[in-house]
Design a protein around this ligand. Structure first.
Ligand code: BGC
Length: 751
């Protein structure tokens, strides 16, 4: 053998030695595999089982979930996770059972619905979405994570990234509204906020993209109902926020949805979980069922019993069972009888263990259990300040005739009217699981703190009877006794601020409504007050778009204040008196009436596009305008913004640069959300009349101009066909840049 041949063999040996081995090279994968190899089948199945701690349950109380049994199961290593256990001492006690008593001492992961803040409550997610401020939204989630982890938690069942076009569905309060582009950006911001840069840090927790998938499309907006949508809608509207949560923020867990898709419950959908999520998207975190969504497959008519539930869910790729007990009861037998392969269980368990390793739970199972941190972090002043900032940013100014707002700081004789005006609970909204009742700053308190000359009258009670979660609300429809006093007060006042809308528990899970008018006697109160004083500012407090045509037609000023959390009243006062210039924009269209629904901006043209006022043969109502009350993206400011100089420049076969000049033509500094919409004019599947594909929130000083730039690439210009293939089709596009989805400068380009 010559020297050069010898050298060649040597190099080859080194190259072979350096080839990536079949075994995992990643440290965590190695640890997962080592642990897995030591586990019995029972212990593996245990990791796929989650129990509730009966703390703050959100679903029907489990029939056979007695605590004693659960504790024994934890000690036997049959529980991988608990939900609804919070507080350092509680979590520590539970964790100790798993770590000290089970054979392998595998720590549990503690999940909780940390939806909009934890103890310090930020605005409901729909309100935060109205800020279009990704940085603020990320910060809000970060703070929620800091407080939740200080209470022992390490996993949140958030963000909900379900797109929904139906305000009857009470859960719209929990999402980012109707638009996929905005919803994807916000979902990513929330995951980043929760998970931070380092999942193993003591103040970050695992996020959960939910509900996979299409839960926002429940028929008639009735929660838990059937979903029946086409695949083009699934791929283009429903799935992108989930995909973005993985690709752009590495979300560590997913939650199944309650609904069926194409006749198959999501919890057992191979198509969703195996083909798309774990196949095409390469997701390596784990999937949790929704609350007993496994067992509900029996009622759906998809499984005959709990054993079949376990078989179908595990085989389809659901990795952990929340409150069905199907895995813990049946999975071992199913593996032994060959109906579920052990490799399926191994894969699920590896995923769960991987996230636990990433969180650092094996290094220190009690890392989130620090009493000092708990005391220090809950209601930290910085969190309060951030919640106030977020609340202000979430407010949308809907109407402001003759610049009635902002009120002068010397404004005399303000009448504050409405049950919600001194309500310290409703502004906390729904899904404030760890929140303490009656801890919001009410509007009355906010105005008083501001030193306003304000007198209050309730007018009518909104709700009678108990309001504790999860009972039905009893809305007051009979007692009008307070109207007189409110009218009297309005009569002698210079300006009337009326706080009307929904009770905090009117929206949220299981809170669907078929009527979106102001509930109860509030409309009557409003009209009675209007008879004596028309100088009314309506402050809406609600968890979803409402139908407020009368108010829009008659009142000079309307503020959408949603449910703004702990600092609600302060934020509203600052906006009313102009200390903060509102900049929010609606993340959901406001319909004119319920029959209008679904009404959303990115609809299709149909063969007979909208032509208001012309002959009758087009898709419209003969008794109602075709236009929504307020369009998606709409919101005013105390400044005015003028758009000019729209430039569109095709810079490559797949690249377009767009710029516009925006001038603040008002007297005060203000922020504007500059929005870009496109319309792909001819495509192999028809495209919506408009699609948001860019936005930019800019602060512009009074009188100043700003140039705002956008770049469109294949990603923004392409779309999915009905089989999930991403297509980019050159051709003609319209582009619009403006201050909402209906007003803007228009141009077009061709690729
Ligand atoms: C909801 C989920 C939630 C779970 C746990 C269910 O009823 O649909 O979104 O995370 O309860 O509380």
């Amino acid at each position: 053998m010559t020297r050069s041949v010898l050298f060649g063999v040597f190099v080859l040996m080194i190259l072979v030695a350096c080839q990536p081995s079949q075994k995992p090279t990643n440290d965590i994968d190695q640890k997962v595999n080592d642990l897995l190899s030591k586990m019995t089948l029972e212990e593996k199945v245990g990791q796929m089982n989650q129990y509730t701690g009966f703390y703050d349950i959100t679903g029907p109380a489990p029939a056979d979930g007695d605590a004693k049994n659960k504790y024994d199961h934890i000690k036997s290593g049959l529980v991988g996770s608990m939900l609804n256990v919070r507080g350092v001492s509680e979590v520590r006690k539970m964790q100790q059972l798993a770590v000290d008593s089970s054979r392998l001492g595998i720590p549990m992961i503690f999940g909780f619905d940390v939806i909009h803040g934890h103890k310090t409550l930020s605005p409901i997610p729909l309100a935060e979405a109205a800020s279009w401020d990704l940085e603020a939204i990320e910060k809000s989630a970060r703070i929620a994570a800091v407080e939740a982890t200080a209470e022992g938690l390490n996993w949140t069942f958030a963000p909900m990234v379900d797109i929904s076009r139906d305000p009857r569905w009470g859960r719209v309060m929990e999402g980012a509204g109707e638009d996929t582009y905005l919803g994807s950006k916000i979902g990513v911001a929330r995951v980043r906020g929760f998970q931070g840069d380092d999942l193993s840090a003591v103040n970050t927790l695992a996020a959960c993209a939910k509900h996979f998938a299409a839960y926002g499309f429940v028929e008639g907006g009735r929660d838990y109902n059937t979903v029946d949508i086409g695949t083009a809608t699934l791929y283009n509207v429903v799935l992108p926020p989930f995909k973005a949560a993985i690709e752009e923020a590495n979300v560590r867990t997913f939650m199944n949805s309650f609904n069926i898709i194409n006749g198959i419950p999501s919890t057992a959908s191979n198509f969703l979980l195996r083909d798309i999520l774990k196949g095409e998207w390469g997701f390596d975190g784990f999937v949790i069922s929704d609350w007993s969504s496994g067992a509900e497959m029996i009622a759906h008519g998809y499984a005959k019993d709990l054993e079949q539930v376990a078989e179908l869910a595990a085989n389809a790729g659901s990795d952990m069972d929340m409150e069905s007990y199907s895995f813990v009861k049946h999975l071992v037998n199913l593996v032994n009888s060959g109906k579920v392969k052990e490799s399926v269980v191994d894969d699920a368990v590896s995923r769960v263990l991987r996230v636990k390793f990433e969180l650092g739970l094996f290094d220190d199972p009690y890392k989130y259990c620090d009493e000092e941190r708990e005391k220090e972090m809950i209601y930290h002043p910085d969190h309060m300040a951030a919640a106030l900032d977020m609340a202000k940013k979430s407010i949308v100014l809907l109407k402001n005739e003759n610049a009635l707002l902002p009120l002068s700081k010397n404004q005399k004789k303000i009448a504050l009217i409405g049950d919600l005006a001194d309500d310290k609970d409703s502004p906390l909204g729904n899904w404030r699981m760890a929140g303490e009742s009656n801890t919001a700053v009410s509007v009355l308190e906010g105005l008083q703190e501001f030193g306003a000359d304000v007198s209050f009258a309730e007018g009518v009670k909104l709700v009678t009877g108990p309001t504790a979660f999860p009972i039905e609300l009893e809305v007051n429809t009979t007692d009008k006794s307070g109207i007189k006093e409110a009218v009297k007060l309005a009569k002698k006042s210079d300006v009337v601020v009326m706080v009307l809308g929904e009770h905090g528990l009117h929206s949220g899970e299981a809170r669907s409504r078929s009527d979106l008018n102001l509930p109860g006697l509030q409309q009557e109160l409003l009209e009675e007050v209007y008879k004596v004083n028309q100088n009314i500012v309506l402050v809406l407090m609600n968890g979803r778009p409402l139908t407020i045509n009368w108010a829009d037609e008659n009142l000079p000023a309307i503020i959408e204040a949603w449910q703004l959390g702990t600092q609600s009243g302060k934020a509203i006062a600052q906006v009313l008196f102009g200390d903060y210039n509102p900049s929010g924009k609606l993340p959901m269209t406001f319909p004119r009436n319920v029959a209008h629904i679904p009404v959303y901006y990115n609809q299709f043209n149909s063969g007979r596009p909208a032509r208001e006022g012309s002959a009758i043969f087009w898709p419209h109502y003969m008794d109602q305008s075709h236009e929504p009350l307020y369009p998606f993206g709409y919101g005013l400011s105390y400044s005015t913004f003028d758009y000019s100089n729209l430039k569109v420049n095709v810079t490559g076969p797949e690249n377009v640069e767009v710029s516009v000049t925006v001038q603040n033509t008002g007297d005060v500094d203000g922020e504007e959300v500059v929005q870009l919409y496109i319309h792909d004019k001819v495509a192999s599947i028809v495209r919506p009349v408009k699609e948001l594909k860019g936005f930019n929130k800019v602060m512009i000083k009074a009188g100043d101009k700003a140039e705002v730039n956008f770049t469109l690439t294949k990603k923004e210009l392409g779309f999915y066909n009905g089989t999930g293939e991403f297509l980019f089709e050159p051709g003609e596009f319209d582009v619009m840049v403006g201050s909402n989805s209906t007003d803007g400068l228009k141009s077009s380009f061709e690729l």
